[in-house]
Design a protein around this ligand. Sequence first.
Ligand code: UDP
Length: 276
Amino acid sequence: MSTLPLSNRPDLARSIPKPRIPALAQVDDQVINVANQEDAIRFCMRSLRAGRGFTLFTLNLDHLVTLRSDPSFRAVYARATFVTADGAPVARLARRSYAHVERTTGADLVTPLAGAAAFERLPVYLFGASEATLNKAAEKLKQQYPNLIIAGMEAPPRGFDPMGEAADLAADRIARSGARICFVALGAPKQEFFGDRMAQRHPHIGWLGIGAALDFIAGEKSRAPRLLQRIGLEWFWRLMQEPRRLGLRYLRCAMLLARLSLHHEEAPVAPARIAR
Ligand code: UDP
């Protein structure tokens, strides 16, 4: 048997069959196929153990606003391996077609997935945010999981183009590091474009779009108290923290939510499946 790590075996990556994941729910024509945090971790680790990578995106209202106007973002989502319901409203709408969908954000996934990766000695890579955030987040994760292998981390410059040559070079560095999981913190839709493109280039790596999760872990931003999260008001907490940046974004989200709440039909999801 070859002693090369899976990450260095393009023969294996090429032979990886596309997994088929049933859609659980659809919101505004977008598929959600992972119901909760536990399933997300299980599906990710199962793929990685089989030598396969994946993309995992967390669908929120802001993504839905962009998806309506950007066909290339729709194509990226259509290729996603795993999609969770990120925002509380998206999870609520999804529950109209599948009752067990729970809100599962990027911030909910990083720490438990890092724990599972540490347990199975699968190296992870942190990509995005700022150097200071990366250092602090890496330190916190290592404190929590001393066995965690952080194969590398990198904060690209602000003008970073997820579809450009610099992105390809970054992805090649990530692959060379031996990482099997890459946490991508570039904000939407940059992180999804990057993850999708890089999953095609390095299909043995799991690429997750995680938004501000590393800022939360690093303590650079504070996540809403549990009570606000539970009653679906995390957006309000974030708006209070960054009103100028998020005001217009949340206004667009609120308008879309009003439309979807009125028109979203309680239709069972067709037995269609999405695949990578
Ligand atoms: N970010 C980045 N490059 C960019 C835009 C954002 O590295 O061009 C980082 C930002 O520093 C933060 C993370 O992406 O750590 C999430 O950004 P944002 O809060 O916009 O994401 P959201 O959670 O709102 O999707």
